[in-house]
Design a protein around this ligand. Structure first.
Ligand code: FAD
Ligand code: NAP
Length: 564
């Protein structure tokens, strides 16, 4: 049996080399998406000798950094860590110019990776995958695209991104607005002239918080249309010096290794936020409950928002969290000149951290500009859009342009937009109707040979995503290598292993403030109407998760079922 399988693999290899296999449509591996996950999966699968292609809806590589071109877009973890570690030469040759790089610079990096490793010719751009169905007799996936093509592949890797499906809320009267409309995640490639425009921005999450200070400078007048105030702290971004870059490069191997095992996938030392001077939490951080009012005021004077990061119990103790929220609010009051506007910007009623804390440049100071105003929908709820702007319970406001910084149908959106059908006609959309389920965020029971990169059930968006992407792709690559060595053709997650993982992930989440009843966030799916409430990413941390995945592999891929 083993001999026969080896022979057939050899014949397959010969057929490939002779080009007798159909050009693009019969593959070993098909990858959906050409963001960082798709690029690395493509590189890895090619280096293992597989016949592989990636299909990408956009016209070029980069994913997040291709689509999110809004002014102010940049990463909020240090670029030296938000980059690939898999190739030592790549990390030595690339130079980041700022601590947290801008979108154009990150997109240039994605392009550099694609060119350097000659990946582009294996990607089909402007190609959206509409469906993927598992053919049980052929033991392969049939993937259909929006151009009507069908591609078959033994394995399907969904590198479709956790934050790639924009949320465009259908507010009442949505269609009637006659002005210009933009979404931050679909920002045009050409510059937009706002100098003579009255601009309204819906959304004050990370995207809105990054865009608002820049859009304010570009617009005639900018109005922030706020449903929920966010917690945001200064990014403390800065240019990188040659000495700093040289120092990082000489220690890159160690920095990367530490990041791989750290809870957030970040090395997390002085590189990241300039050290304790900027308010970096360290291991000796005290509990806020042990501090006096005077001590807290002194820390606020000295460190501003950084004072919050001095304490250890932000995520572990609800009362401590509220004390830190108050410290935060006090700092907002200190920055924003107009007391009514300041009050409108204060986050209340939910713990800090249950929505992802944003990192900004001059967000609160922007509200001191003459051409910026705030409409707080908590004080005057939005009624509808009109042909000229919006109407709230208090008044009508006119705009020439509306910007939606309203986020994403996160983690499941891109996957559920496709029709994915597994064994026995099982539809992913039905199976996930009550919330996503997976084994380790890598596979879903009933969907053999299909892998998700940074899918729900993995640390994903709760980490430096580059580290999580590398970990997933490498795990999948090793798994395929194991299957080849054992002459297995099919892998599937067992229902029992999946159940246990879902329970474990839920139990870990329930111990944190991220899933507190007062929390509403895209992590929990509550930003999308009708989406079931469930903590989608695994909260246990990158290092711990990696150890679990490694153990599963070491134990012969425990929880997975193989067949030939
Ligand atoms: P993506 O980059 O989202 O790529 C997925 C690709 O799949 C997209 O190009 C999409 O077009 C394509 N696709 C989806 N569905 C289909 C389909 N059906 N057919 C064909 N193609 C399809 N993470 C961090 O760790 N640090 C940060 O600082 C950070 N900043 C961010 C800033 C913004 C504005 C956003 C939106 C996200 C940020 N993230 C950050 C998260 C970011 O998404 C990840 O870091 C990373 O870029 C994800 O890469 P990916 O390849 O997994 O997904
Ligand atoms: P988000 O965090 O989901 O924020 C969306 C905003 O839109 C929220 O303020 C939300 O209000 C508001 N909103 C949604 N629907 C609305 C409606 N119908 N009317 C009025 N307001 C509405 O989305 P995001 O800002 O795009 O960020 C998503 C994630 O992407 C981030 O958390 C982060 O992981 C990543 N990101 C990172 C960076 C970075 O700094 N590197 C930048 C951008 C994005 P509610 O809070 O009331 O729902």
């Amino acid at each position: 049996m083993v001999m026969v399988a080896r022979l057939s693999r050899l014949l397959l290899k010969v057929a490939r080399e002779e080009g007798s296999m159909k050009a693009d449509t019969e593959l070993d591996v098909v990858i959906v998406g050409a963001g960082f996950a798709g690029l690395y999966a493509l590189y890895k699968m090619r280096s293992m000798g597989y016949r592989v292609h990636a299909l990408e809806a956009g016209s070029d590589v980069g994913g997040t950094w291709y689509w999110n071109r809004y002014p102010g877009a940049r990463c909020d973890v240090p670029s030296i860590e938000y980059s690939f570690s898999f190739d030592p030469d790549l990390q030595q040759e690339w130079n980041w110019t700022e601590l947290m790089a801008t979108q154009p610079e990150i997109l240039a990096y994605a392009n550099h990776v694609a060119d350097r490793f000659e990946l582009r010719k294996h990607i089909r751009f402007n190609t959206r995958v509409n469906s993927a169905c598992f053919d049980e007799s052929a033991k392969s996936w049939r993937v259909k695209t929006d151009s009507g093509d069908e591609i078959t592949a033994r394995f399907c890797i969904m590198a479709t991104g956790a934050l790639s499906e924009p949320n465009m809320p259908r507010v009442e009267g949505y269609e009637s607005f006659k002005g210009e409309v933009y979404h931050t995640a679909r920002w045009p490639k050409e510059p937009i002239d706002l100098s003579n425009k009255r601009v309204g921005v819906f959304g004050t999450g990370s995207s809105g918080i990054q865009a608002i200070p820049i859009l304010a400078k570009q617009s005639k007048h900018l109005t922030v249309l706020q449903r929920t105030p966010h917690f945001t702290i200064p990014a403390n971004n800065k240019p990188l010096t040659r000495e700093y870059i040289a120092s990082v490069k000489s220690q890159y191997a160690r920095i990367r290794e530490e990041a791989r095992h750290a809870p957030e996938g970040l090395c997390g030392e002085k590189y990241s936020f300039g050290g304790r001077e900027d308010g970096r939490l360290d291991e000796s951080a005290p509990s806020v409950k042990d501090s006096t009012i005077q001590e807290r005021a002194r820390l606020l004077d000295q460190y501003g928002f950084g004072a919050i990061r001095m304490f250890s119990d932000l995520f572990t103790d609800v009362e401590a969290n509220e004390m830190l929220c108050e410290l935060f609010r006090e700092q907002v009051r200190r920055i924003v000149n107009d007391p009514k506007t300041a009050e409108g910007l204060l986050p209340t009623g939910y713990p800090m951290g249950c929505k992802r804390i944003a990192f900004d440049t001059d967000y609160y100071a922007t509200f001191n500009r003459d051409n910026v105003s705030l409409i707080d929908f908590r004080a005057e709820p939005l009624e509808c859009l009109t042909s000229n702007g919006i109407r709230t319970t208090a008044a009508e406001y006119e705009f020439d342009c509306l910007v939606y910084a309203t986020g994403f149908d996160a983690m499941t959106g891109a996957l559920m937009r496709m029709e994915i059908v597994g064994e026995g006609g099982k539809r992913l959309n039905d199976y996930w109707a009550d919330g996503p389920r997976s084994y380790l965020g890598l596979q879903v029971a009933g969907f053999p040979n299909l892998f998700t990169i940074t899918g729900p059930g993995s640390p994903s968006v709760l980490s430096n995503v580059m580290v999580s992407i590398e970990q997933h792709v490498e795990w999948v690559a090793e798994c395929l290598g194991y299957m080849d060595a054992q002459d297995y053709t099919v892998i599937k997650a067992s229902g029992e292993a999946e159940n246990q993982w879902v329970q474990e992930a839920n139990a870990v989440a329930s111990q944190t403030s991220l899933a507190a009843p007062s929390c509403h966030s895209w992590y929990l799916g509550t930003n999308i109407s009708g989406k079931p409430r469930m903590m989608m990413p695994y909260v246990g941390g990158v290092g711990e998760y990696r150890a679990k995945c490694d153990k599963v592999a070491k134990d012969g891929y425990a929880g997975f079922i193989f067949s030939s």
